[in-house]
Design a protein around this ligand. Structure first.
Ligand code: BYC
Length: 329
């Protein structure tokens, strides 16, 4: 069935090569950059890895917003390290995408012109210090739920980047939980801030997993190619099952009246997010879309002198090397 789907996606590619490629995927082999791959596989990876890289980079903005206002030196140092980690994750992922024949400049240009997406979650504001806890606990928690299976994704460079990223993300999730726990166990006012953060971040976190399976455009093909290992709904359910007991332990209430343990499925029933809000955010109409893109555009403009300097240095070094080679010949 999968081979048929692959064939219909890319009719001008050699059916034997497609079948051999699918057999490698089905056997659990990793695909490496120099291997033959269907054009659709390459494009899907560039889209997913590129969006993922952009999410890491844009994801620095809501948290970076609180570095100067962290309440203690220790919390500031932790937050600073976390935001730096996100930059590193973006770089590993851009490098993985570059092995597919796209440049980081191309990807950046597509982000800045609005032609490439980043995760919807980063279009929501971080209004209070408790939001930084909620981002670590819920947003990094959702990110890990999605990324742990991606360590086994079929494309070698992506899978290896995910191994390192997951190690760091799990530290991020724990520091977020520790922060929100301090707030939840603090004064009545602090606990109310923690609850408010949970209320605002719950549904946007559920949206991170993408549309429900019936509306997911890419899942079937991406799973056939093992670019994705699980469906969006499977991971969303796992996230809810993991998070409900954590919220109970914190003494916080998940803002969902329909949350109910389902004995048959051994998991929690929960309300779907408002998908019309999700699609509005994707169209650019979320609370912070404009701010986020403008911040990245400004960073790109402000960094022009540095990129020019690096290129100038690289060109001079190359000219010196070439001159040395000619003299030696
Ligand atoms: N936001 O067919 P579907 C992080 C788009 S965590 C925006 O299901 P797919 C971080 C989707 O791109 C976040 N767009 O797509 C954490 C597609 O549109 P296009 C990053 C979304 O790809 C803490 C359309 O909706 N993680 O970085 O099969 C701190 C239809 O969806 C979203 C990753 O990127 C969304 N939430 O599945 C700092 C993980 N959901 O492209 C940083 C890797 C869907 O056709 N990515 N769309 O125009 C994935 O696992 C998959 O790409 C997704 C979506 C599950 C996200």
């Amino acid at each position: 069935m999968y081979a048929q789907m692959v064939k219909s996606e890319a009719t001008n590619e050699d059916p034997e090569m497609l079948a051999a490629f699918q057999a490698r995927i089905d056997a659990g082999e990793r695909i490496e950059p120099k291997d033959w791959m269907p054009e659709g596989y390459r494009k899907t990876l560039i889209r997913q890895i590129g969006q993922h890289a952009h999410s890491e980079i844009v994801g620095q903005l809501p948290e970076g917003n609180w570095i100067t206002r962290a309440p203690t030196l220790e919390r500031k140092a932790i937050l600073l390290a976390k935001v730096q980690d996100e930059a590193g994750h973006g770089l590993y992922l851009y490098c993985a995408a570059e092995t597919l024949g796209v440049t980081r400049d191309d990807l950046t240009e597509q982000l800045l012109s609005g032609r490439m997406k980043y995760s919807s979650i980063f279009n929501y504001p971080t209004l209070t210090w408790a939001d930084i806890g909620a981002v670590g606990w819920l947003v990094d928690g959702a990110a890990i739920m999605n990324q742990v299976p991606l360590q086994r994704t079929s494309f070698g460079p992506y899978s290896r980047a995910m191994i390192r990223i997951c190690k760091e993300e799990s530290f991020h999730q724990r520091q977020g939980y520790d922060l929100i726990r301090k707030m939840a166990e603090g004064t009545a006012e602090q606990k109310a801030m923690a609850q408010d953060a949970l209320n605002r971040f719950w549904y946007p976190s559920l949206m991170m997993f993408g549309p429900s399976d019936k509306d997911s455009v890419h899942s079937t093909q991406s799973m056939a190619w093992r670019i994705k290992i699980n469906t969006n709904d499977e991971l969303r359910q796992k996230f809810v099952d993991q998070t409900v007991p954590q919220a109970k332990f914190l003494g916080l209430t998940i803002p969902d009246e329909n949350l109910k343990w389902n004995e048959d499925k051994q998991g929690w029933d929960f309300s779907e997010p408002d998908w019309s809000e999700f699609y509005e955010v994707l169209k650019g109409n979320g609370p912070c879309n404009t701010d986020r893109i403008e911040a990245r555009q400004k960073a790109w403009r402000d960094g022009a002198w540095f990129r020019d300097g690096l290129m100038g240095h690289a060109k001079k070094a190359e000219a010196r090397r070439n001159a040395g080679r000619i003299a030696a010949e």
